[in-house]
Design a binder for this molecule. Structure first.
Ligand code: ARG
Length: 575
């Protein structure tokens, strides 16, 4: 589609020069999609003002000169001087055939880069909160999109598995498992964490033991490390189960947690000191980066080493940037982390740049996102006010989707198939609602809306896909994209939508906004549905039309499935 726009722009420019002379070259027309024609070009209004002549007259002069042979078969002047263009059926058909023959369905490949995506990154012995849920879904979709356009993607799950809370957690393991830690199973991570916290706050002896345990952990005491490992393993296997249920591409090999960076922190600190960047601020070792000030206008420190001598979250992130550029070879690093960490990350990037660990072409981006709100427009919480568990959301999504299917009672699906489809719809809906809203904004969580079969929802897109699949199954036999021909308005609209896939995916790889792909797919599903409702496929008037429409069904089904796939959403064959 962008190639088409370039061609149209060039041809109009040539026409303007032919009609009004060289000095008006480079007046690019504004081209937009229009529902009256395929495109509307705004070429005459600006020029009319410049020349002091009526825009309609200008438009007529340009239309008389413009050469759009083979590309456009209808050209009309509309309104104050807009030029409406309808593409030729041949051109549309040829482009659809080319996209169908392309393994990436028309998505251009980019110069490959090594992209690190830091996402999900929950904390050990804690439930994933809403922020981790969003990070997991957005990060996974971006990883898929960036891979699809040809980048080498390295997923990094920056698990929070180090620091002072582990003292109390380990002591609590010892207290509750009665010495035999191997029998421990943490069913409810959050409860376990809260119990430890409560004891820490209420029992001075426990708190003292916990503090000593942190020291033992940091000094590498074998028994302590064994217990710590146990906690980490329990958590990672719990997170792993959730990733598997979600169909998220994070594997245990992608875990690169805070503790991984621990051995690098003293070198990070001494290198910062050698570079003259480290300053003492109230006993803590800090770096001040230009442009970061507190509300009162005082320079803000990035604390590398705290007053107690321990390294903080920032030190780990600095080591992370260095590891990602120097060792993993990343030139692009994406941090899919909630908006509240904006300042922290901006400071980490600034300090890493000063230290020479993040130099062009390497760059880091904070892919921030807003919150999920409950129906009351406040932070999404359980009815009891606790953290919403992702595992519970997955259960409920699937149960609700199954209830909807049972009510629809599709005769062609047996019980097992219904359950499988319910899983795809439920989880798809949960992912789609998150990805389809503008990433940086908050959104309100609403089961009924996200599971509706109408509107911009996963089930609507999945249903459009399932309909195309059902027709293709009924037709049997081979489908050949070479048969595509474009005639009716619905066929034109479908062809135009199909041709937008490439630009859309490239745009998401650039803007890191998955909702643009959602908007595109919603539009594609809408025109696909209109096509199926207005253009008989299996009962088409003649064999050529039937073959062409089947081929269109096939391309539509592939683009829908691929597009959903890039969002991490499955597309059932039947619904
Ligand atoms: N574990 C952190 C949290 O729960 C998120 C980590 C994000 N990644 C990073 N490199 N800081 O807030």
């Amino acid at each position: 589609m962008s190639a088409l726009i370039d061609t149209l722009t060039l041809r109009f420019d040539q026409a303007i020069v032919a009609a009004f002379g060289d000095e008006h070259a480079g007046t690019p027309p504004v081209l937009r999609r229009s529902n009256r024609a395929d495109f509307q070009a705004d070429v005459a209004l600006g020029l009319g003002r410049k020349l002091g002549r009526p825009p309609r007259e200008i438009a007529e002069a340009i239309v008389a000169k413009v050469d759009l042979a083979g590309l456009v078969d209808k050209i009309e002047i509309a309104g104050p001087g807009f030029v409406n263009l309808s593409l030729t059926g041949e051109w549309l058909a040829r482009e659809v055939r080319a996209a169908a023959a392309d393994a990436r369905l028309g998505v251009a490949s980019e110069t490959p880069e090594t992209v690190v995506i830091d996402y999900s990154s929950p904390n050990v012995a804690k439930e994933m909160h809403v922020g981790h849920i969003r990070s997991t879904l957005i990060g996974d979709a971006l990883a898929r999109v960036l891979e699809h356009v040809g980048h080498r993607v390295i997923r990094q799950n920056h698990l929070g598995d180090w620091g002072t809370p582990f003292g109390m957690l380990i002591e609590h393991v010892l207290d509750t498992s009665g010495g035999d830690a191997s029998s421990l199973s943490i069913r409810d991570l959050d409860v376990f964490y809260r119990e430890a916290r409560a004891k820490f706050d209420g029992d001075p002896a426990f708190a003292e033991r916990s503090r000593r345990r942190v020291v033992l952990l940091q000094s590498g005491d074998a028994k302590t490390l064994e217990l710590w490992r146990l906690l980490v393993d329990l958590s990672t296997s719990y997170f792993g189960e959730i990733y598997a249920r979600l169909g998220v591409g994070l594997k245990s090999g992608d875990v690169c947690s805070e503790s991984f960076y621990n051995p690098m922190l003293s070198k990070v600190t001494s290198d910062l000191r050698d570079a003259g960047l480290l300053e003492d601020s109230d006993g803590a070792e800090c770096v001040f980066a230009e442009g970061f000030t507190s509300k009162e206008g005082k320079p803000l420190p990035l604390i590398v080493r705290k007053t107690d001598g321990g390294f903080g979250y920032a030190a780990t992130d600095l080591a992370g940037v260095r590891h990602r550029t120097a060792t993993l070879g990343a030139t692009r690093i994406l941090y899919v982390v909630g908006a509240p960490q904006q300042q922290h990350l901006a400071m980490v990037f600034a300090v890493a740049a000063k230290a020479g660990w993040l130099l062009p072409p390497a760059r880091a981006t904070h892919v921030a996102f807003g919150s999920i709100l409950g129906p009351d427009k406040k932070m999404f919480k359980t009815r009891e006010g606790g953290t919403v568990k992702l595992a519970d959301l997955l259960d409920e999504a699937t149960t609700r989707a199954l209830a909807i299917i049972v009510e629809k009672d599709p005769p062609h699906l047996d019980d097992a198939a219904r359950r499988e489809v319910a899983r795809m719809i439920g989880i798809g809906a949960l992912k789609y609602v998150d990805l389809s809203s503008d990433r940086v904004k908050d959104y309100v969580f609403d089961w009924n809306r996200m599971l509706a079969f109408d509107g911009n929802t996963a089930p609507y897109l999945q249903f459009a896909h399932a309909r195309t699949r059902s027709i293709l199954r009924k037709a049997g036999g081979a489908v050949d994209a070479a048969d595509v021909a474009i005639g009716t308005p619905e066929e034109r609209a479908l062809a135009l939508a199909l041709l937008g896939f490439g630009d859309t995916v490239s745009g998401v790889a650039e803007s890191l906004q998955p909702h643009r792909l959602c908007t595109y797919l919603f539009d594609l599903a809408t025109v696909t549905t209109a096509f199926l409702e207005n253009c008989p496929v299996l009962k088409a008037d003649d064999a050529a039309t039937r073959a062409s429409r089947l081929a269109l069904c096939d391309v539509a089904s592939k683009v829908l499935a691929r597009g959903l796939g890039l969002l991490g959403i499955e597309a059932p064959e039947a619904m």
